[in-house]
Design a protein around this ligand. Structure first.
Ligand code: PML
Ligand code: MG
Length: 258
């Protein structure tokens, strides 16, 4: 498919020491790039971590590695945006959408009990929709989805068609949600940012697509959430391996947009 070599580039930034010594997580980023574009990509991640509303980092790690596996091309999830009057109404809508995605109400309540645990994690929580329990063993790290990106020219085409801003936050969130939802073990995802200046979040699933909810928390709140609702009967190790290692490029083709 592609002859060129690609590299996975990752960044994480924290304050009061590295994540390993209990520093506060500030920012993370995942990109796929060619060697020619490496400096530009590393600079973009550096900038993302340096100028951050959660604080000024005193630790940052940026690393790259060559990818040997073939890169999977995936069409982005269909996107819809909901305006809501308040964070409370946004949360009611999020719960409704999770039910629509096929998750029982009592399981959604149990997942919401996990939300305080989500805050401060640099990755996601995996929540089993059968047992109602968190099933990853990643403690304060969570599972970090990696090795994914959306080439700029194709993303630009998509933003024009949907009249969306050329916004890297939306791009990164939709890339992640698309990769995650593609796996058969993922039933749905619930996410909102841990940044105090960003209040939009989403529920995503294969069935519903990427359902943005304009307000899921109040400005100033640093409590974020990223929960993957998973079918825990499937092999967890293979699933986590997919999330962390399978390289994915988003490629939008209008005719494939459901
Ligand atoms: C994040 O910034 O960590 C997640 C942002 C999710 C919502 C992005 C959007 O669709 O506006
Ligand atoms: Mg953030």
């Amino acid at each position: 498919m592609r002859e060129e070599k690609f590299y996975s580039v990752r960044m994480r930034a924290s304050k009061n020491g590295s994540h390993e010594v209990g520093g506060k997580h500030l920012s993370g980023g995942e990109r796929l790039t060619t060697y020619e574009n490496m400096i530009h990509t590393v600079n973009a991640l550096l900038e993302k971590g340096i100028y951050h509303s959660r604080g000024k980092p005193d630790f940052m790690k940026i690393q790259f590695e060559c990818i040997d596996e073939p890169i999977q091309l995936v069409n982005p999830l269909h996107i819809e945006t909901h305006e809501v009057e308040s964070a409370e109404k946004g949360q009611v809508l999020a719960r409704k959408l999770l039910e629509k995605a096929g998750i029982q109400k009592k399981m959604i309540d149990l997942a919401y009990e996990q939300i305080p645990e989500c805050s401060g994690l640099r990755g996601a929580i995996l929540f089993d929709i059968h047992s109602g329990k968190r099933i990853d063993q990643r403690k304060e790290r969570g599972v970090r989805v990696s090795r994914m990106d959306w080439p700029d020219t194709n993303f630009d085409k998509w933003t024009k068609c949907y009249q969306m801003p050329r916004n890297s936050r939306i791009k990164e969130a939709l890339v992640l949600a698309t990769k995650v939802s593609k796996h058969p073990a993922t039933i749905a995802e619930l996410c909102w940012s841990d940044d105090p200046d960003y209040i939009t979040g989403y529920v995503a699933s294969k069935k519903l697509g990427y359902q943005r909810i304009k307000k899921l928390k109040e400005y100033g709140n640093e409590g974020g959430c990223r929960i993957f609702f998973v079918d825990g009967l499937r092999d967890l190790e293979t699933y986590i391996d997919y999330l962390e290692k399978q390289p994915v490029f988003i490629q939008w083709e209008e005719e494939n947009d459901a």
